[in-house]
Design a protein around this ligand. Structure first.
Ligand code: E4P
Length: 218
């Protein structure tokens, strides 16, 4: 499974790159607004650190304007993936950008049939929002399961399933079991993935015993 960082936190992106955990980055207008950073500048900066796909979202709602914005964003760096919403305008923009060999991430997906449309429009990635479905009392993972089953039925569909709105380590575990291609993670969730109390307890015991030996490795 690939991991994308769902953030423009440059320090976090650099930190997790050191351990080989960053296969790409996703952003959205809310993340940009919260960061206070200039959109194009931060996308360029992230693309200079991460060679994998970096999603930058259009903000127009009409297909023709989405395409214009997508063309501008795609010129920021060669690894920019243009993100469009799952509307009919977004699907048209997806098709026309994909026809220009621009990678497109179709976002705000909440049903398997929406995911089927995105794949037919040539999306490189479909972003089902797990946490937001959970917020409504549904099990967001059912959507990953359905999309995986549908895509696996048709070998001509090449779209990757990018599990988004991931809130917990357990979301990552379940998305991986169900065969999502990518999870996009806030840095806090990625941080938590390595943590287990028995690891900490076991390490403490090993180090205490090692100290008793009075030895050094170096
Ligand atoms: C994905 O591309 C989105 O940026 C993100 O995962 C949305 O997550 P949220 O529902 O926690 O805002």
């Amino acid at each position: 499974m690939k991991f994308f960082i769902d953030s423009v936190d440059i320090e976090a992106i650099k930190k997790f790159t050191l351990s080989g955990m960053v296969d790409g980055v996703t952003t959205n207008p809310s993340i940009i607004a919260k960061s206070g950073r200039d959109f194009k500048e931060v996308i360029r900066e992230i693309c200079s650190i991460v060679p994998g796909p970096v999603s930058a979202e259009v903000t127009a709602t009409k297909a023709s304007q989405m395409i214009e914005e997508g063309e501008v964003l795609s010129k920021l760096a060669k690894n920019v993936t243009v993100k469009v919403p799952l509307t009919w305008d977004g699907l048209e923009a997806c098709k026309r950008l994909a026809d220009q060999n621009i990678m497109v991430n179709v976002t705000l997906c909440f049903s398997a049939q929406q995911a089927l449309l995105a794949a037919k429009a040539g999306a490189a990635f479909i972003s089902p929002f797990i946490g937001r479905l959970d917020d409504l009392g549904e099990d967001g993972m059912d959507l990953i399961k359905d999309i995986r089953a549908i895509y696996d039925n048709y070998s001509n569909l090449k779209t990757e399933i990018l599990a988004a709105s991931i809130r917990t380590p357990d979301h990552v575990r379940r998305a991986a079991i169900l065969g999502a291609d990518v999870s996009t993670l806030p840095p806090t969730v990625l941080e938590e993935l390595a943590i287990h109390p028995l690891t900490d307890k076991g390490l403490k015991a090993f180090l205490d015993d090692w100290e008793k030996t009075g030895q050094n490795i170096i």
